[in-house]
Design a protein around this ligand. Structure first.
Ligand code: SF4
Length: 196
């Protein structure tokens, strides 16, 4: 299954590269920026998790230990917290993703805007960093998306892409036999309290 996923990850990456090209006027991603890995829940499907962790044994023992300890700490903090637990990703070590080539689909979409169909209404979802003067900050007006501001950039229909896993499964990879993403959980929920 992982081999099949690796093949189709190339298809997903090509789709996402196209999204980045089309959204280029609003993208301010730069080397060393880790904003998207600093705060989130990072939903991963079972398949993505297996792929991510298949790279874990290849990490230096010291890095593995740091990640395990971080997961343990986060699990404990989550228990004591009520509500949606947003946190730094435990795989972010010294401002770099320690498993970058095997990162999840959510990680590959970091920084892009997307749309969601909510009861027949198209809702544009901007990346979190838009609030910090980064991607898409140009189209924010008092904290909400301004279509008028999109027009200033000559963009009439701002974002056409869905970035949900459901969309990837059913549209981008449609017809692919045997690829099962499985259950989706926030990253931390794939680990026991001992960080394993
Ligand atoms: S797995 Fe890597 S790219 Fe994804 S959120 Fe964690 S540090 Fe960032």
């Amino acid at each position: 299954m992982l081999e099949l996923y690796k093949t189709y990850l190339e298809v997903i990456d090509r789709y996402l590269n196209k999204c980045f090209e089309e959204q280029q006027p609003f993208i301010h991603c730069h080397a060393g920026c880790t904003a998207c890995c600093e705060i989130g829940e990072y939903p991963f499907s079972r398949l993505e998790m297996e792929y991510l962790m298949s790279g874990f044994p290849e990490l230096p023992a010291k890095t593995q230990k740091i990640i395990r300890e971080e997961i343990k700490k986060l699990k404990l903090a989550k228990k004591q917290y009520r509500g949606r637990f947003m946190h730094k990703c435990p795989f972010l070590i010294q401002n770099k993703c320690s498993l970058y080539p095997r990162r999840g689909i959510i990680c590959r979409t970091h920084g892009l805007a997307s749309f969601e169909d909510k009861n027949g209404k198209c809702v544009i979802k901007l990346p979190e960093c838009s609030k910090n003067g980064l991607n898409y900050s140009e189209v924010l007006e008092n904290g909400t998306v301004s279509l008028e501001r999109f027009r200033v950039y000559g963009v009439e229909a701002p974002v056409k892409h869905s970035l949900s896993l459901n969309y990837f499964e059913h549209e981008i990879l449609k017809g692919v036999q045997g690829l099962e993403f499985g259950e989706i959980r926030p990253l931390l929920e794939w680990f026991t309290d001992a960080g394993e």
